[in-house]
Ligand binder design. Sequence first.
Ligand SMILES: C[S@@+](CC[C@H](N)C(=O)[O-])C[C@H]1O[C@@H](n2cnc3c(N)ncnc32)[C@H](O)[C@@H]1O
Length: 257
Amino acid sequence: MNDLKELFEKGRWYHCFRHDELISNGTYDVANYIGHYKFDKDYSGKTVLDVGCSDGYFSIWMKEHGADRVLGVDSNKYDGSLAFVPAIAFQKNHQEKYAQYADDYIAFRSIYDKYGLNNSNKLLLMNKVMGLNVEFSQGTIYDLSPFGQFDLVMCNDLLEHLRDPITAIEQLYLATKEKCIITVSSALRTKWFDRKRPIALYQGHISGGSFFSLSEEAVKAMCVSAGFKKTEVVSRFEMLNRRYKTPNDHFVLHAYK
Ligand SMILES: C[S@@+](CC[C@H](N)C(=O)[O-])C[C@H]1O[C@@H](n2cnc3c(N)ncnc32)[C@H](O)[C@@H]1O
């Protein structure tokens, strides 16, 4: 356990994980907000795809709640590079951000080596630490066809970072057998505009990595256009960004095939 202490406290984490007495120093402590996602109590017999899984908190949660098979997919190659070419607006930002994963591996290499890992993928690390069998693949939301179909597909806090959320939602639809759960951060509150029509506000020129602020109505409309039969916003909440100490507006949408 002691060898993990330094990595939990000083490593580069997106999610907070609790293990023994330790809490990893993540940007988001999702455990405090898990009720907002309105997940089922038990996912026994289900297959789950977690697109843009990052450190894999949600993938691991699904496995711990009975899912038969969980696959996390992320474009991060954890060696400082990306599985896709970032938009011009964010190239510098992405280079800096993803370089931190390579630095993390160098800084804590002895721990990663001990767990048989050759990069700083935290999902795979926590998988080993917790003795789970969550799967991970590099890939992009723009082409989910290599991964097949899953009962539940999740896409949390990714759409707003994409230059093309419409193609992304179409891909989520194709990968979904039953249900898709989409969470959007940096969300637009429709009431700011006092109307219900779909709104996507372009933020790429001023934000640190988000292309759009999306309204609930915008994401619902995109889901319906992609083919989902029913959509429902099940919650709205603020999640604390622990790095910047700022609240981040979220909504959670459930879409049914
Ligand atoms: C803001 S994080 C959200 C992480 C996690 N889903 C959550 O809700 O806490 C977005 C993740 O999506 C990944 N990502 C960015 N573009 C992607 C793409 N085109 N395809 C798949 N993953 C992508 C990033 O590397 C990052 O890990």
